[in-house]
Design a protein around this ligand. Structure first.
Ligand code: PHE
Length: 440
């Protein structure tokens, strides 16, 4: 449940719809699906095999399984990546908390506001200096508190209640969104691929989105797997998590895109897409069903915040675990120091929507630079290294032992094709997509 909580988050609800909108719709989804099914499951399993085998977080796991080799540097790589990740994730987490509070005060269901008003509100909110910073501080603070309390108590209880609720709510919103006049264009956009729009960059972004959504390539899954008991079924966990995550992203796409077209919002509007679209959905709903729209908007933004927290917790936990396991820091000290670092990086990312919006790194704002760096490059390279480690460095007998619990599981018969995917298919496809970005 904690792994599913890490996977399902803002990546599905916030990032997936806007990435689809920026990269041409159905063709992007086709590559995303391919990557999710054929790459993510083997990578997820590889990370889990390493974590469960070593029973240690990233650096310790590599040192234990490949002592005295440079593999421990992948561990270090996965120490820094989640720090940047949680910092900018927290900015969007903060926006979600702000909208939750607005939902509680009935502002998102205000029927007197037009679509343009909602968009303008959001635009001035993120461009302002202080308000988004306050919400970012609240979000990263909550994340740190949960991590400080320890993983099992905090995360599992949250996830158990919030994930099913989120599914129900997104389905209700999807049904409503599909009923809006003009929504059909959104459905066509999601279903009719135009492969001419599929540039190398779009393919890399689709693969990056699949990795981001399943939390792979940065050591989070490895760290969670290190808390698993010997006899647990990794294959069932991996396939189950991937299936839920994929389904949820698609549902979110079908909930948001039809409404984007119905409202006449530009699909490529970028990171603000859902924050402009959801208030439109709720206030339109409010014209005919005021009470229902209030209830749904409050529940929805609350569950988004919870889903975002269960993901941000997994990111921060990965870095905290390193300092606790390897450097013998107390959990309290590690959490506090990392909280301060992530808060500071998040401040700069947040300001890149306002006062720092003209400051660019390689043509991107600071926020976009961090996001592209992590999802398109760090996660891709991290994933590649994890599959190579399991496929080529670990002994086949050990991989068999972890994946099938010594042959005791019924799923043992899937071992051969999975091992083949880990050893050959995943590394080759990742490299091909990576290179096609350079040449296409
Ligand atoms: N998968 C999470 C989401 O969809 C984000 C995440 C990425 C979490 C990497 C942990 C590690 O929101």
């Amino acid at each position: 449940m904690a792994m599913a909580g890490s996977a399902i988050g803002l990546g599905n609800i916030w990032r997936f719809p806007y990435m689809v909108g920026q990269n041409g719709g159905a063709a992007f989804i086709a590559v995303y699906l391919f990557a999710a099914i054929f790459l993510c499951v083997p990578i997820f399993l590889s990370e889990s095999i390493i974590g469960k085998r070593a029973q240690l977080s990233t650096v310790g796991a590599m040192e234990k399984l490949a002592p005295g080799t440079p593999w421990k540097y992948i561990g270090l790589f996965t120490f820094f990546a989640p720090i940047i990740l949680v910092s900018y994730y927290s900015v969007v987490g903060g926006w979600s908390v702000a909208y939750q509070v607005r939902a509680l005060s009935f502002a998102v269901t205000d029927v007197s506001m037009t679509q343009a008003d909602h968009s303008a509100r959001f635009g001035s909110f993120i461009a302002s200096t202080w308000t988004p910073l306050i919400w970012h501080t609240v979000f990263i603070g909550l994340t740190a508190i949960i991590v400080r309390l320890g993983i099992r108590k905090g995360v599992e209880q949250f996830t158990r209640a919030s994930t099913p609720l989120l599914f129900v709510l997104i389905i209700v919103i999807m049904v409503y969104s599909l009923s809006l006049p003009g929504s059909k264009a959104g459905v066509d956009y999601l279903l009719k691929p135009d492969f001419s729009k599929l540039t190398g960059g779009a393919m890399l972004s689709a693969m990056g989105q699949a990795f981001f959504s399943l939390s792979i390539g940065v050591g989070c899954i490895l760290t969670y797997a290190s808390y698993m008991k010997r006899g647990e079924n990794l294959l069932a966990t991996g396939v189950g998590t991937a299936a839920f995550d994929l389904m949820f992203a698609l549902l979110a796409g079908f909930a948001i895109m039809p409404a984007v077209f119905a409202a006449g919002i530009e699909p490529g509007a970028g990171p603000g897409l859902i924050f402009e679209t959801l208030p439109y959905i709720f206030s339109t709903m409010g014209m005919t069903h005021p009470v229902i729209s209030h209830v749904i908007s409050i529940l929805f933004f609350t569950t988004i915040v919870v889903a975002a927290l269960t993901s941000s917790v997994s990111m921060l936990e990965t870095c905290v675990a390193f300092l606790v396991d390897q450097k013998n820091w107390s959990r309290k000290k590690a959490t506090l120091v990392l909280f301060l670092c992530c808060w500071a990086i998040g401040v700069v990312c947040s300001l890149s929507f306002g006062p720092l919006k003209d400051f660019h790194i390689l043509g991107n704002t600071i926020f976009n630079f961090c996001d592209k760096l992590i999802s398109n490059f760090v996660m891709t390279i991290g994933s590649l290294l994890f599959v190579i480690f399991v496929g080529w460095r670990m002994k086949k007998a050990d991989v068999w032992d972890e994946l099938t619990c010594g042959g005791r599981l019924r799923s043992s018969r899937w071992f051969k094709p999975i091992y083949f995917m880990i050893r050959w298919v995943s590394p080759i496809v990742i490299v091909v997509i990576f290179l096609s970005n350079l040449f296409l």
